[in-house]
Design a protein around this ligand. Sequence first.
Ligand SMILES: Nc1nc2c(ncn2[C@@H]2O[C@H](COP(=O)(O)OP(=O)(O)OP(=O)(O)O)[C@@H](O)[C@H]2O)c(=O)[nH]1
Ligand SMILES: [Mg+2]
Length: 343
Amino acid sequence: MKFLDEAKVYIRSGDGGNGCVSFRREKFIEFGGPNGGDGGKGGDVIAVAVDGLNTLIDYRYQQHFTAKNGRAGMGKDRHGANGADAVLKVPVGTQVYDEDGRTLIADLTAVGQRAVLARGGNGGFGNAHFKTSTNRAPRHANPGQPGTALTIRLRLKLIADAGIIGLPNAGKSTFLAALSAAKPKIADYPFTTLHPQLGVVRADTREFVLADIPGLIEGAHEGIGLGDRFLGHIERCRVLLHLVDGTGEDPGAAYQTVRAELAAYGGGLADKPEIVALNKADALSPAEIKQQVARLEGEARQTPFVISAAARTGTGDVARALLDMIEQARRGGEPALAAAWQP
Ligand SMILES: Nc1nc2c(ncn2[C@@H]2O[C@H](COP(=O)(O)OP(=O)(O)OP(=O)(O)O)[C@@H](O)[C@H]2O)c(=O)[nH]1
Ligand SMILES: [Mg+2]
């Protein structure tokens, strides 16, 4: 499945049906009275988060969604049929913005959560509705109300508990592959990973979702490399795992480069709890490890885990540490997501 995390969609809700002007006309029944029915309601445009979808690619091929109009009312007090809704199925984690891309209309963070993006017009009242003691033969009915047309932007922000950050080639995808069933592409050139990948990590009896994203380089916030747009996918993570290549010249400098990009991106990323790990320990001598840890420690202000994602040493400890922090954050509550929830 191709990955796409942004899409522009044109939606239109249905018009309401017109009310009807009609009178009861039957042999031997005098003064039959008004019997024009009401128009039906126009269909809504609704977005609903569904399971088993992790891309917005469908919206590259279909960009127009129009709900059906309500039918007009008819004589003999018949109500017009309501128009059918148009339903946009989106992956969990999709945010709906208005055309300018700044105003958030809906944030769909759980399977089954739905949001009405454009409400259909109400149907007009038929003349039966306007019958009063002083006007027993109203020749008036209301027209249906028009639907609304608007342009929206969909933006997918994947939902993962933890996200892996680091320079290209740090071993992020190798780490994900070591701990989960995910099969990301791994290679010894920068920018192997072009779009985010998710994997489920099991540690003991517990599990969490881990996201691997493309590497960051200096100037990513200005569009260098792959830019920093994909950092949106770790905005919802509770913790970050910062992987640093131990075979690099200065792990401390590598660490600071990535931290600077996080700060430049904003979105609270720089304030997220972070676990730091020095990777590729299998390629280092004990003396080198000591030296590299000292360099990294000085910048990160925490003792890094020393691991080898390729040899899978130390990776379990990192997973358990991530889980502890995730559970701690869960207990602390996640107000932003909880508040957005509406069944
Ligand atoms: N020796 C050694 N090599 C490793 C280790 N982990 C990853 N590598 C190698 O480092 C290279 C890059 O690994 P990736 O997992 O693709 O790195 P990445 O951080 O996902 O890179 P991008 O997707 O380009 O940002 C590959 O050649 C891996 O085999 C490790 O623990 N030890
Ligand atoms: Mg990668």
